[in-house]
Design a protein. Structure first.
Length: 338
């Protein structure tokens, strides 16, 4: 089977170019520039390369980005992409613009096995893990579409990145590699529901990325109910893994906290949150629940959101309310499903 070129690290490509294709080393650099800087989507269109080499590349490598099946653009500039993969499976990604920052919220799995009660993705079930090329390909296809470079990547699309660890790890390596996407590690974020062994591994291997934890409740009973994987990796275990991560990396951790009216938005919930994150280098992103068809939770009022944020401040929790983007095209957090 031919290797997908977007699965390969620049070093691997160099070796293949020299040892198998018998090319000088600089050809590998030119090839990488064609893919990651100029976004040329077919070998045959890479005019800087000699024609025989372009045919040789076609014989040795596979180069196919996810295909844009649908594209929804919101008034605030957010674009939701529905991509079709080679085997006909669909995934979604979202481009969010905030000033100079262009963020892609990418998927790490097609569907999701976790069934968090408030999230649209879990409703559709799990299909499969994505390959590295399919993860990196989402960003490349979007850059091709908007003709601009993306400068921030977050694994907050469909799926649980730490349940697809190897492929996500390789994608991160390509995101930050100087000869590939060349992003700063501060601009790559892995968001996880709290897969404890994955967090430990991420710390041990010092992956060049930031960590976000989808916490949503610091009370075992409530978290069990809204995030069922909490039964497998309960809050105590999660906290231990986070202490380990903080000690190893000294990175700040983001906690994501969806506000569900009447469920996790009381003073007691804030006290539990404060106790859970005490001593960690952390801040909290408050995400007012985005309503999703077939899901019964309600979005809290603006007053309630303000109350929650103020109470957090009083408890010495640094908390921001996440600006909602793209909700009219069902591209906001938790609305990704097709
Ligand atoms: N599995 C990972 C990656 C998915 S991220 C994780 O759980 O972190 C998706 C983000 O959107 C998470 O913070 C998730 O909790 C949040 N989210 C899911 N459904 C939502 C909804 N209906 N409204 C607002 N945020 C939601």
């Amino acid at each position: 089977m031919k290797k997908n070129i977007c699965d390969c690290l620049p070093e691997e490509l160099e070796t293949e170019c020299i040892e198998i294709l018998h090319q000088p080393r600089y050809r590998a650099d030119q090839l990488l520039e064609q893919i990651y800087i100029h976004h040329v989507s077919r070998f045959r269109d890479m005019n800087v390369l000699p024609k025989p080499l372009r045919s040789l590349l076609d014989e040795h490598f596979h180069y196919l980005l996810p295909t844009i099946d649908k594209r929804f653009e919101a008034a605030d500039g957010t674009i939701k992409y529905l991509f079709r993969l080679e085997d006909g499976v669909f995934i979604e990604s979202v481009l969010i613009r905030e000033g100079k920052r262009k963020t892609v919220c990418f998927s790490s799995q097609a569907g999701c096995p976790l069934e968090c009660r408030f999230c649209a993705t879990g409703l559709g079930g799990f299909k499969r893990n994505l390959t590295t090329a399919e993860i990196v390909g989402q960003i490349l296809a979007i850059e091709q579409d908007i003709r601009e470079k993306v400068n921030n990547c977050v694994a907050m699309g469909q799926g649980e990145p730490l349940l697809n660890y190897e492929k996500v790890k390789q994608a991160i390596a390509l995101f930050v590699h100087k000869k590939a996407m060349n992003l700063s590690s501060r601009h790559v974020t892995i968001s996880t529901v709290g897969i404890v062994p994955g967090i430990q591994r991420l710390a041990d291997e010092e992956l060049p990325c930031r960590l976000a934890i989808s916490l949503h409740s610091a009370t075992g009973k409530i978290r069990d109910e809204i995030v069922p994987v909490n039964k497998k990796y309960p809050l105590g275990e999660l906290r231990k893994a986070l202490d380990y991560y903080a000690e190893k990396t000294s990175n700040r951790i983001t906690f994501e906290y969806i506000l569900l009216a009447g469920k996790n938005d009381s003073k007691e919930d804030i006290a539990a949150l404060a106790a859970f994150i005490k001593g960690l280098p952390a801040f909290v992103n408050i995400i007012p629940f985005n309503e999703v068809p077939h899901i019964a939770f309600k979005r809290p009022s603006k007053n309630r959101v303000d109350f929650f944020q103020k109470e957090c401040e009083i408890m010495d929790i640094e908390a921001f309310v996440r600006q909602e983007k793209g909700s009219e095209i069902m591209a906001a957090c938790g609305q990704l499903t097709q």
